[in-house]
Design a protein. Structure first.
Length: 584
């Protein structure tokens, strides 16, 4: 059996001897348990704190020794407990501004912490002084409120700003629960917000929240709080860093903005740069039946029509990613009736001088009546198109400014073109060049006056390249106020009619030339009377135009009896002409 050394028993006599030895130590010695409760303090420790052993023992080292508390000491105690090795640390007392050297070791009675003042200027100490001073300068240079807390929420360090706000000294706060400070404990609800954030951060998560604190009576500050855990090499939480950003001015401006927003007829909302919707106007809440808390974040999707959710959310996320304005149409459910109405959703990004998005300001404008009107117009348009497709003419529909938005199939069958080719003034490529100027001039006049127009022009047939004549007409379609909202036009093929008219015109020209002939006499007879005759006939027969008008010319008396018969008109024509020639 191995020879093991047995530990000596601690007798009352040896314990008394140990205490006597501890009292003779030159430094201030504290013995604490695992909860940092002081179980023993020697005479030097009592002198350092200016308190009796009874006042010290049984209290937390962090609470009753503010002039000793620092983040460096707290980390050293944790490190000694974890490694179970002697640990040393040098730091400057934030109260006395003296340099302290602390030695921490584990004993059978607990954790022994021995403090000694260190005034010797060593190179290491100078480096520590500079590091410690930079740390404190950084802490104080932060304009807003900063503190270092234990995972349990005890104050290890705190910047001067919150102390000045509350008119407190550092030793009144250090080592005590941060939640018990007067500016946080004035109301249980605010105190609970901070307590929940400390608990969340102590689990290794960053906690953020907004709260209103009261540094002094009748003086309130709005803070945006961030609680960040600091982790050691083993990913354990060593301490917590508290930062409170003063947002009082912003909250006041938001309150004024919300008052203005509530007075607007639209439903109004605001969003953060990351897309989180954080506030709604009272009119929005009244319409949807939701509270701001229920609708925050993505809660607003609950009152969005299911068919619109994916589309609207994609548009919103794209606006957030690009920093561009947001606009879409969606249906919102009425909180009381459950009916959906169409709204125009718009939001503008509010940016600073560096073009960084600070906020989104959005509105929801009711467009249900407009959407219904559009639906009726759509149905009417579809009816028009169906009617246009059954008409034998080419049919087109134009916008108030003149652009063509629709051609029926007969136009495409005739031109062999696509609708893309018709965009803008594409249809002009099929108009005969000689007809461009007068067609466009008449169109401009119609747009300016709102009057209907009619014109004959030629359009090229796509397959053959030949031009055919069309009768083009356009009528304005007006709304109830008399404004032109559409132009309805037709093009009717009149090529055959134009050919007939041309042939008739040519025939009339030939007849007219024959009638005006100086060598051929022509007359029209009714019975025995000549009712019409050209000048040549009158000259041949010796009658005047008055004789003709008075019905005095009888062609039967001018014609021999033997020439009368079935072709008497023809014989009388040649007989009369020959007779006149013979006399001449």
């Amino acid at each position: 059996m191995p020879n093991t050394k047995q530990p000596k028993r601690v007798t009352p006599a040896s314990s008394e001897t140990l205490l006597t030895l501890l009292e003779t130590l030159p430094g201030a010695l504290f013995v604490i348990d695992d909860d940092a409760t002081i179980v023993h303090a020697n005479a030097s420790a009592q002198v350092m704190l200016g308190a009796t052993r009874e006042d010290i023992c049984g209290n937390s080292l962090w609470c009753c020794a503010p002039q000793l508390v620092s983040t460096s000491l707290y980390q050293a105690v944790l490190r000694a407990r974890q490694t179970r090795k002697l640990t040393e640390v040098e730091y400057c007392s934030p109260v006395t501004q003296t340099w302290l050297q602390a030695q921490i070791s584990l004993t059978s009675a607990g954790i022994a912490v021995l403090f000694q003042e260190n005034a010797e200027p060593t190179l290491l100490q100078d480096a520590l002084r500079q590091s410690e001073q930079r740390y404190r300068d950084l802490l104080e240079s932060i304009s807003d409120r900063v503190a270092v807390l234990t995972p349990e929420g005890l104050v290890l360090e705190i910047s001067q700003r919150p102390l000045a706000d509350a008119r407190h000294r550092r030793e009144e706060v250090v080592g005590k629960p941060f939640t018990e400070t007067p500016w946080w404990s004035y109301t249980p609800a605010v105190q609970q917000q901070l307590r929940a954030a400390i608990e969340q951060a102590s689990q290794g998560e960053i906690a953020r929240f907004e709260a209103r604190i009261r540094p002094q009576e009748e003086w309130y500050l709005d803070l945006a709080v961030t609680m960040t855990p600091h982790l050691d090499a083993n990913r354990y939480v060593e301490y917590l860093i508290y930062a409170g950003l003063d947002i009082t001015a912003r909250k006041r401006a938001e309150a004024e903005t919300h008052a203005l927003i509530d007075a607007l007829p639209q439903l109004v909302w605001t969003g953060q740069p990351d897309g989180y919707i954080d506030s709604y106007s009272q009119s929005w809440c009244d319409y949807t039946g939701m509270t701001t808390q229920q609708a925050q974040g993505d809660g607003w999707l609950q009152c969005t029509h299911p068919d619109d959710r994916q589309r609207v959310l994609a548009v919103w996320q794209h606006a957030i990613q690009t920093g561009r304005p947001y606009e879409t149409e969606q249906r919102l459910r009425h909180g009381t009736t459950g009916a959906y109405r169409w709204f125009l959703m718009q939001a503008m990004p509010l940016k600073d001088a560096q073009s960084t998005v600070l906020k989104y300001a959005g509105t929801c404008t009711d467009i249900e009546d407009r959407k219904q009107t559009e639906q009726r117009l759509k149905e009417s348009k579809e009816h028009w198109h169906a009617l246009a497709e059954t008409m034998p003419q080419i049919v087109w529909i134009g916008e108030p400014g003149g652009s063509k938005e629709y051609f029926n199939q007969r136009w495409f069958d005739y031109t062999h073109a696509t609708f893309e080719q018709m965009r803008g003034a594409g249809w002009l490529q099929f108009l005969h060049p000689d007809d461009h100027e007068r067609t466009l001039a008449l169109g401009r006049h119609a747009l300016e006056t709102g009057e209907p127009y009619e014109i004959e022009n030629r359009f090229k047939e796509g397959k053959t390249g030949m031009y055919r004549w069309f009768l083009s007409r356009a009528l304005p379609v007006r709304d109830e106020t008399g404004q032109v909202v559409k132009w309805f036009g037709t093009c009717t093929d009149i090529e055959d009619q134009k050919r007939t008219e041309e042939a008739l015109c040519q025939s009339q020209e030939r007849v007219q030339a024959l009638w005006n002939s100086p060598i051929i006499g022509i007359f029209l007879g009714q019975g025995e009377k000549v009712v019409e005759a050209n000048d040549t006939f009158l000259r041949m027969t010796g009658y005047s135009r008055d004789d003709l008008c008075n019905g005095l010319i009888d062609w039967g008396r001018m014609t021999p009896q033997v020439t009368r018969g079935e072709d008497s008109h023809l014989y009388s024509w040649y007989w009369t002409a020959s007779r006149c020639d013979a006399h001449s």
